[in-house]
Design a protein around this ligand. Structure first.
Ligand code: ADQ
Length: 465
């Protein structure tokens, strides 16, 4: 992931916040590409209390590793879009090569006692290469996205090899209990590992912890940011329009976010509820994502067209039902937008956690909070049951939830908010990080002999905390 600059990804936001509080080093891709004949060089930079060591990817690595295996096989598979899986053996080879290069760089940098924390689906195989290089460090892996169920894993031709690579980590962290169960079942089935506790397995004489660590936010900080007066810099106009209610959506343009399902439901709502015309508007922050991948290009076009059609059909002189910002928004601006929105509507078809749900609640005015409509398929739904939980594929249920949110009494809004904010405070970002790192520290040390060291003269990517 690009680092050292603003990024709209949840992973970046969460890990940068956690790094701010530690002496860790961030290793990652700097977001740049170079020609295939150039040798990627690492650069070191220090920004806002964090040491960044980053390098570019070659065009070939970007195409085959990042756009290829990571985002045309692993991302759709983990989001249960097996119809979008495009497996290519060459791309998988590059995925493995890049993972090995990362491990080689890690070998250069890590001290034997360092904890290594690897993040996300781009790096399923890093620990395997670290072990081949003789590294006995404790290595944890956190998957920010959902873990696919076994039947989907069966559709990935290299599933068994990948799960074997995954078994070289000491702790495998997942977002939810559902993901934990899916990971456990997949490991037991594909590795023929032994279950030793509800959340750990034994495989080739090693113990591996498989456990959910739901990622959180920093509610107090968000509350402060949301209260800042941003009269001049806000992206949308929040000047008081009596009785008009605002719905906010904040998503990368990704097929996992259910954007079309939500705007179809909103259009049908406007069609069937003319009494709301002029009284409700849906604002959307929708940053384009992975724009070099055809499935994302198609979605972007369909999404833009859908919004245009809604405005064409329903807008009148002083009311536009839909407004969209396609840019990166500064974090405190976004918190301000949340606070001034009456409803946040999340319609993911599958989502690891969804930080927007948590940020929205954290940003609310406790005396007059807004309402969260949350997809049952977002990981956040496991913890945030006081939201209005919906199935985004059920259009009628989505419309009912919207009506309920628009008409909810202040007393009920406060009641739901109080329970939600309590949950966010007791399971915040610091808890997430500490729980994961505590478990990683506690896990018994590997009993394995160092293997032959490979030469480590490559440039690579990964993250260490
Ligand atoms: P994402 O799929 O990127 O993250 P999400 O959890 O919603 O999804 O996080 C998005 C983050 O980016 C939020 O913090 C949001 O405020 C920010 N953001 C979104 N659009 C922005 C914009 N235009 N400008 C600035 N900031 C923007 C992945 C997984 C999720 C999981 C997270 C964290 O897909 O399921 O919750 O990692 O683990």
């Amino acid at each position: 992931m690009p680092s050292g600059k603003a990024s709209a990804g949840g992973l970046a936001v969460a890990v940068q916040d956690a790094l701010n509080d530690s002496n860790g080093i961030w290793l990652g891709w700097n977001g740049q590409q170079i020609t295939d004949s150039e040798a990627p060089e690492f650069e070191q930079a220090y920004s806002q209390g964090i040491d960044y060591i980053t390098c570019p990817l070659t065009h070939q690595q970007y195409a085959q590793y990042y756009c290829g295996f990571a985002n045309k096989v692993l991302w759709p598979a983990m989001h249960h879009r097996d119809d979008l899986i495009e497996y290519d053996a060459e791309e998988y080879k590059t995925y493995q090569k890049v993972n090995r290069l990362f491990a080689q760089k890690l070998k250069q940098l890590a001290q034997p006692e360092d904890l290594i924390w690897v993040h996300d689906y781009h790096f399923f195989s890093v620990a395997r290469y670290c072990r081949e290089l003789g590294m006995q460090n404790k290595i944890g892996f956190f998957l920010h996205i959902p873990f696919a169920s076994l039947n989907i894993w069966h559709k990935i031709p290299v599933a068994r090899e990948l799960i074997q690579d995954l078994s070289q980590y000491d702790v495998i962290g997942l977002q939810t209990q559902i993901d934990q169960n899916a990971c456990m079942q997949t490991c037991l089935n594909l590795l023929e590992a032994q279950k030793i506790q509800s959340n750990s397995i034994s495989y080739k004489k090693r113990q591996i912890l498989i456990k959910s660590y739901p990622i959180g936010v920093q509610p107090e900080l968000i509350q402060k940011q949301a209260q800042q007066d941003l009269a001049t810099s806000s992206v949308f106009n929040f000047e008081e329009i009596p009785r008009q209610k605002t719905i906010i959506g904040v998503d990368r343009i990704d097929y996992s976010k259910g954007l079309l399902e939500r705007f179809n439901a909103f259009a049908t709502f406007l069609e069937t509820s003319p009494e709301y015309h002029g009284l409700v508007r849906h604002l959307q922050v929708a940053i384009p994502s992975r724009t070099d991948i055809p499935a994302y290009q198609r979605l972007y076009q369909r999404f833009k067209t859908k919004l245009e059609l809604i405005n064409e059909e329903f807008a009148h002189e002083d009311w536009r039902p839909v407004d969209c910002c396609y840019d990166t928004v500064q974090h405190h601006n976004l918190m301000h937008i949340y606070r001034h929105s009456d409803i946040c509507w999340i319609s993911s078809l599958r989502d690891g956690m969804n930080l927007v749900a948590k940020e929205y609640i954290a940003a609310q005015d406790p005396e007059n909070p807004g309402v969260l409509i949350l997809s049952k398929y977002a990981g956040a739904a496991e913890q945030m049951s006081q939201a209005l939980i919906v199935d985004p594929q059920d259009r009628a249920a989505m419309m009912d939830a919207l009506k309920m949110a628009l008409e909810m009494s202040k007393a009920e809004r406060i009641n739901r908010y109080q329970q939600l904010i309590e949950g966010l405070t007791s399971s915040d970002l610091t808890h997430w990080r500490n729980n994961f790192l505590d478990d990683l520290e506690k896990i018994p040390t590997l009993l394995m002999k160092p293997q032959r060291l490979l030469q480590d003269n490559y440039q690579s990517i990964y993250q260490v905390l």
